[in-house]
Design a protein around this ligand. Sequence first.
Ligand code: TUI
Length: 335
Amino acid sequence: MPRFYYILIIKENRYMKSKMIDLLNIKYPIFQGGMAWVADGDLAGAVSKAGGFGIIGGGNAPKEIVQKNIHRIKEITDSPFGVNIMLLSPFVDDIVDLVIEEGVKVVTTGAGNPAKYMERFKKARMVVIPVIPSVALARRMEKIGVDAVIAEGMEAGGHIGKLTTMALVRQVAEAVDIPVIAAGGIGDGAGMAAAFCLGAEAVQVGTRFVIAKESNAHVNYKQKIIKARDIDTVVSAQHFGHAVRSIKNKLTRAFDKAERDAFKQENPDLTVFEEMGAGKLPVSVIDGDVENGSVMAGQIAGLISKEETAEEILKDLYEGAKKIMAQEAEKWLEI
Ligand code: TUI
């Protein structure tokens, strides 16, 4: 009588197919936006540890601060993470040196064209994923050898382009052969599912992670997002600087007035508009002055109401998208 040995093969839980899961070796195809002042080592570490893709926001911070955050994330987790390089930063060259020195494997870029750094990134065998606001820039980025692009619509918080996520993601996905990550206006599973239907291989979520339990953003900032309605964000400095979306407050009203005044003058003083940027961000994120500081947030803020851990947010997004995809598939089956 032969003996049967049963070998129990415990398979790791299988997740969906996505080129970004394979490229970055992550569990969920969900990036946490590299938000200046908010996306520090603690937040990005919590997201990466839970299986998402945590990104440290370089913003306008000097090298030492970004380095501290990189060291912090390495303390929290061995999981993959990235650093966002904000190309308008006065310290951009230092941050490029830093990510290479620190052996950071993935960079995302924002607010410009990263072409002049590509050779160095590629020599260091880094994965490069720029944010792009148009099809033309997506095509140019594909030509210079980036690994994927983040198509960020104007629903996003912070510095934005002109197209909506719906129009941009679809057109970029048709135009390039590299993977597309959708961003702007995505805050739950339904938004995530919609992005995948448009051709995205992953999503990037910002505003919902601002109110994560592991986020060090000031409680006043978090409360502003929790209380915001769909119509409570506005775009400032659209005509005289870098367009920025944030929650309406005293600062945005001052900018509205400055814009109206500038329109009336032949040679308006534009220096006032530069201040709308990162200079006013720590006033709200760190000091909690949400009237005089810039409360950058996306249009999806109206949907975001609960402080949860990064892990809960990732699970809710993924499981929510999965459920909706299954429900829709059922409806679409031909009888
Ligand atoms: O960069 C962001 N969001 C940001 S950056 C930031 S800090 C800041 N604040 C005020 C003014 C300026 C910076 C706060 N939020 N998102 C990614 C993003 N990139 N949005 C738009 C773009 C973009 C725009 C133009 C990317 C490339 C681009 O290329 C123009 C060119 O050079 O061809």
